[in-house]
Write a protein that binds this ligand. Structure first.
Ligand code: S3P
Length: 171
């Protein structure tokens, strides 16, 4: 069966949203970033949710959002970097569509996230926080159906790799 939902997972700064938009455009599908979806529903930016309600509350909102989003067809979904940590999220993603992991070296990630202002888990010493979380989550994205190493590739290149994989029907 041809899966009509693509779920992008990966560490912060691996390009999920940029690649997701390009992919959706090329496929003529809708695009949703789960963080933006949560922000819209809560009427509050992610850093405020973390600060005012705590990470656990954010994770509960994230699980709820993912379970609903993966049921939608003809849609590319970019998930937050920590969305893969809960087994129930991973299960929902695999059941919902083609799960694609975007990977990048920590140096690439540090470069891409810049000051990290929109990302509460990186606030302060961005470089150290990236390295620590990167190590903690080393194998967290390995459950995906397809993994793309994005270092040195443009977002369009990455989208192309995913589209080729889909055309070849390697699922
Ligand atoms: C997080 C990643 C963020 C966002 C939140 C937590 C994480 O999403 O969901 O700040 O735990 O890795 P991006 O991966 O889109 O930056």
């Amino acid at each position: 069966m041809r899966k009509e939902t693509i779920i992008l997972v990966g560490f912060m700064g691996t390009g999920k949203s940029t690649v997701g938009r390009i992919l959706a455009d090329r496929l003529g599908w809708a695009f949703t970033d789960s963080d933006r979806f949560i922000e819209r529903e809560q009427g509050m930016p992610i850093p405020d949710i973390f600060r005012e309600r705590g990470e656990a509350a954010f994770r509960a909102l994230e699980t709820d959002a993912i379970k609903r989003l993966v049921r939608m067809r003809r849609r590319v979904i970019a998930t937050g970097g920590g969305a893969v940590l809960a087994a129930e999220n991973r299960k929902a993603m695999l059941a919902g569509g083609l799960v694609v992991a975007l990977k990048a070296r920590p140096e690439t990630i540090v470069h891409r996230v810049g000051g990290g202002v929109d990302r509460p888990l990186l606030a302060g010493d961005v470089q150290n926080n990236v390295r620590r979380l990167y190590n903690e989550r080393r194998n967290a994205y390995d459950f995906a159906n397809l993994t793309v190493q994005t270092d040195g590739l443009s977002a369009t290149d990455v989208a192309e790799v995913i589209l080729n994989y889909m055309v070849k029907g390697n699922r």
